[in-house]
Design a protein around this ligand. Sequence first.
Ligand code: ADP
Length: 497
Amino acid sequence: TAAAIEEPITPSVKVNYTQLLINGNFVDSASGKTFPTLDPRTGDVIAHISEGDAEDINRAVSAARKAFDEGPWPKMTAYERSRILLRFADLIEKHNDEIAALETWDNGKPYEQAANIEIPMVTRLFRYYAGWADKIHGLTIPADGPYHVQTLHEPIGVAGQIIPWNFPLLMYAWKVGPALACGNSVVLKTAEQTPLSALYVTKLLHEAGLPPGVLNVISGFGPTAGAALASHMDVDKIAFTGSTQTGKVILELAAKSNLKPVTLELGGKSPFIVFDDADVDKAVELAHFALFFNQGQCCCAGSRTFVHERVYDEFVEKAKARAVKRVVGDPFRGGIEQGPQIDSEQFNKILKYIRAGVDGGASLEAGGERFGDKGFYIEPTVFSNVKDDMLIAKDEIFGPVQSILKFKDLDEVIRRANNSRYGLAAGVFTNNLDIANHVTRALRAGSVWINCFDVFDAAIPFGGYKMSGIGREKGIYSLNNYLQVKAVVTPLTNPAW
Ligand code: ADP
C-alpha cells in the first residue's frame, strides 16, 4: 500500500453555493440552521450548509407544484425542454474539472475518477435523456367496438427524489435526467454528507434556461427533510437510492401519506463468480475492481468473490498481492486508486465488520486496519476462507473489504449466489459460453456482467431484484417512473364515415 498520507492538497475550487435552491433562488433555510459538510481526508469542515427541514420541503414543493401546474415547463414543446437539457450538458462539460474537484473534496473519491469517468458520465446521461424528451408518445389502440382509442403519456407531476453520497452527482443525474425529460418538476434532497456538487450544477441548469421552480434542491438530513418529502401530500412520486433499511421507511411513508408510487434502489451483496477456466490474473484484476472501486462504496460491489476450488489458492495469493499494491492516499494526487471513506460513521462500521470477519474465523490475508492516522482511510482488506453464514458474507459492508469464498460445482455456486436477501448485480467470469448463459439465467439479480463489471452506460437499465429495490433507472425503463398513462376513448358515431 502507498506510503503514508502526505499533507492534504488544497482543492483548486471554491464553494460558492451553500444555501437551499428553491424556485430558482438560493435562500437560507426557514429555521436559519446550518450543518457542516466535512472533508473525508481530514474530518475538517469544508463549508456550512443551509439545513432544510419540513418547512423548506413545503416551500420547495409549492414552488415545484406551481411550476408544474402553471409554469411553462410541462407546456413547453418537448424540443425546447430537450434543448435546455443539452445546454445544461454543455455547461457541465465546460466546468467538468471544477465539478470533479468539488465532488472529490466532499466525497473523497479519486479526482481522476471523478474528472475522467463520473462527471463525463453525468454529461452523457443528460444528453441521453435530452434525446428522449421529444420521443415520448402514446399508442393508438385497436379496441373492440366503434371507438377511437389512444393513450397520452403525461408527466406524473411533482417528483420527490432522495439521493445518497457515494456517487453524488451521478445519482442526481439518474434521477433528474428522466424526470425533467418527461416534463415533471422536482424536489431533490441530497445526502447530508455531500451537498456541494448538486447545488453547483443546478445553478448551471438555470443558466441553461430551466424555469424557476422546476428543480429545487434541498440539503438536509433524512429523518427531517427526507421524511417530509416522502410523506408530502402534494408530491406525486418518490424515487430513492440508499440503504434497504431506509428504503422500507420511504415505502411506508409513501403508503401512509398519499400512496405516491415509489422506486427504490437499495443495497446489495453481489456475487462475483470465477470459474476454473479463468485466466486467473485477469479474474483477480476484475474481481478487485468489482469490490474496491469507489472505496468499496458501491451498492452493486462484487462483495462475495466465489472462486472455483481448482484455481482458488492461486487466486487468493494474487488477490492479496493486488490489494497490497493498491495505491491509497489523498484523492487529489495523481495515480491514487483509493481515497478515504465518506465519514467516521462508515469508517467505524467497516472496521467493526473487519473485526467480525476475524472473530468469525475468516483468514485475514491483507489489510485490516485504518490507513494513516487522520481522515477516514482504510487499508484494502482481503479475507479468504469466508463461509456463507459469516456476517461479512451476508451484510453489506460498503467498504474496501473483499471476501473470497470457495466453490466446487455449478449448481452449488448458483444456489449460494442466490442465497441472499439482495439481488442487485452479479459478475460471471468464464470463457465458456454455456456456463455463462446458464448462470446468467439462473441468477436473481438486476444486472449480470459477464467478463466485465460496473458498466454504467446511460442506456442500460439498473435496479434490483428482491430487497435490492423496486423498479429500474436509466435507459428507456426510467421514463415509465415519471409518466402517467391516460387512456382516451372517443366513440366513432357515424357509421357512414
Ligand atoms: P447510508 O446509510 O448509505 O447513508 P441512507 O439510506 O441512510 O444510506 O441515506 C440515503 C439517503 O436517504 C440520504 O439522502 C439520507 O439523508 C436519506 N434518508 C435517511 N434516512 C431517511 C428517512 N428516515 N427518511 C427519508 N430519507 C432518509
